[in-house]
Write a protein that binds this ligand. Structure first.
Ligand code: ADP
Length: 481
């Protein structure tokens, strides 16, 4: 795999430098070393990419779905075939342990496969009319040029979760990956090029200043859709700014996931689920268990078993064998984890295991930590930590657990562990969240709709529903005379 990213912009089928010739460094969060220099693009390059995507749209939309599907299937197989190289690149720029990077490549390839399959199922409808002299057709057509903005925490999967359904639907795309992790995105778009994507159908614009690129996308009326994963703050900004040209928006924003454990749960399974949810990607996921609520009679036992398991987890560089918790993405992430931990301890929480947040050899690290005796007033329970800190609090009744779980403006993912079927149904239905893991700490999969209630976003990605975001509905009323 080519490790030269000097021509990392992809516009109208051409890999190129920025117009100014300026570039910026991408660093390895494990040690701060520079991995690559990539072009620093702005509004001008973004406008050129929009021109290309706009020109390419009619021919791409007109292609038979089966042909678009074949390209997506080939893309999926190419990602799988390059799993090790892609994983290595991802670990270098994002920090996550290699095994997780490999898993993400499979997850990312899964979206290309799933939407390759779904491309052929964009069905319309024929609705019975009120008179014999009319026919009613309902068609689904691609929305047009799409601006796709992705975050650094899943450098491959967030790209394919957006780009694959857009392409399947017949849309063309300008992809803007996060400035921290553009290399994986560039590498997988190179594979898409090899799979035969025509010039202009997918364009990649990377730059240090996301506002310049974002504004160029937002201001242009030819961009009909913005699909974004990232912070709630930026998501709200994009939604507000989309209003002027009435762009469609899909937003996957922050979470504040509660993780409920009832006394009748299989505690080992619950511990395993909590660890999978909490520590994957060093706690830097929007579905990460942010608040663990355990029913009073089993809280000590649960915390004990979890701390025993967490104590064994090794922190370090993602490329080192045996490491399961990598570095935090940057200093800002580190400061946040530190603040959450210090605030909790100052207000009376105790550290059952872990607790150290430190700089080492140019990287920022946090030990996987279990906090007990945590209360709602602590910052760690009120804000998304985005780090490997598991705060445990106790509850007395099911009603209290649900009330506390729902007492947040966010609504992305929630988890509940119980062996009581009726309780499981009540709780799954009562949680105001777009995703519920019922006795499951890892619910995300390409074939299910992923997305949030409330301030966690708008629209769904993945699943059959993931196509809807890229389709317009057209009603044709046919008069027969
Ligand atoms: P995080 O805090 O996880 O970095 P952000 O919401 O800042 O989340 O970033 C997610 C993505 O949004 C990145 O690709 C980033 O470059 C981009 N981004 C940030 N600000 C803007 C903006 N004003 N317009 C468009 N994209 C933006």
């Amino acid at each position: 795999m080519d490790r030269d990213f000097g021509r990392g912009l992809y516009i109208d089928g051409q890999w190129q430098q920025s117009r100014s010739g300026r570039s910026f460094p991408v660093t390895n969060p494990a040690d701060g070393s520079v991995i690559a220099e990539i072009p620093d693009a702005g509004a001008e390059e973004t406008r050129a990419a929009i021109d290309a995507a706009h020109r390419a749209f009619p021919a791409w939309a007109a292609r038979p779905a089966l042909e678009r599907a074949r390209i997506l299937m080939d893309w999926s197989r190419a990602m799988e075939a390059h799993q090790d190289e892609l994983a290595r690149l991802m670990t270098d720029e994002n920090g996550k342990p290699l095994a997780e990077s490999r898993g993400e490549v499979t997850y990312a390839a899964g979206f290309a496969q799933w939407f390759g399959e779904e491309a052929r199922r964009v069905y319309g409808e024929i609705v019975p009319a009120a008179t014999s002299l009319k026919r009613i057709w309902v068609l689904r057509q691609p929305v047009g040029v799409v601006g796709a903005i992705t975050p650094w925490n899943f450098p491959a999967a967030m790209v394919t979760r957006k780009v694959a359904p857009a392409l399947a639907a017949g849309c063309t795309v300008i992809l803007k990956p996060a400035e921290q992790t553009p290399l994986t995105a560039i590498a997988i778009v190179r594979l898409l090029e090899e799979a035969g994507i025509p010039p202009g159908v997918v364009n990649v614009v990377v730059g240090q200043d996301p506002v310049a690129i974002g504004d160029a996308l937002l201001d242009d009326p030819r961009v009909r859709k913005i699909t974004f994963t990232g912070s709630t703050e930026v998501g709200k900004h994009l939604m507000r700014r989309s209003a002027d040209t009435m762009k469609r928006v899909s937003l996957e924003l922050g979470g504040q996931a509660p993780f409920l454990v009832f006394a009748d749960a299989d505690l080992d399974l619950a511990v395993q689920g909590a660890i999978a949810s909490k520590f994957r990607n060093t706690g830097q996921t929007c579905v990460s268990a942010n608040r663990i609520y355990v029913e009073e009679p089993v809280v000590d036992e649960f915390a004990h078993r979890m701390a025993q398991r967490v104590k064994e987890m090794r922190v370090g560089r993602g490329t080192e064998p045996g490491v399961v918790v990598g570095p935090l993405i940057d200093r800002q992430g580190y400061e946040k984890v530190k603040l959450h931990l210090e605030d909790a301890v100052r207000q009376g929480a105790s550290v059952a295991t872990g607790g150290r947040v430190y700089e080492s050899g140019g990287g920022f690290y946090a030990e996987p930590t279990v906090l007990v005796g945590v209360e709602e007033r602590m910052v760690v329970m009120r804000e998304e930590t985005f780090g490997p800190v598991a705060p445990i609090s106790s509850f007395k009744t099911e009603a209290e657990a649900l009330e506390r779980a729902n007492a947040t403006p966010y609504g992305l993912a929630a988890y509940a562990y119980t062996r009581d079927l009726a309780r499981g149904v009540r709780v799954a239905e009562g949680l105001e969240y777009g995703i519920v893991g019922l006795n499951d700490g890892m619910p995300s999969t390409p074939q299910a709709p992923f997305g949030g209630f409330k301030e966690s976003g708008q629209g769904r990605e993945g699943g059959r529903q993931g196509m809807d975001a890229f389709l317009e509905i057209k009603f044709v009323s046919v008069g027969l005379g």
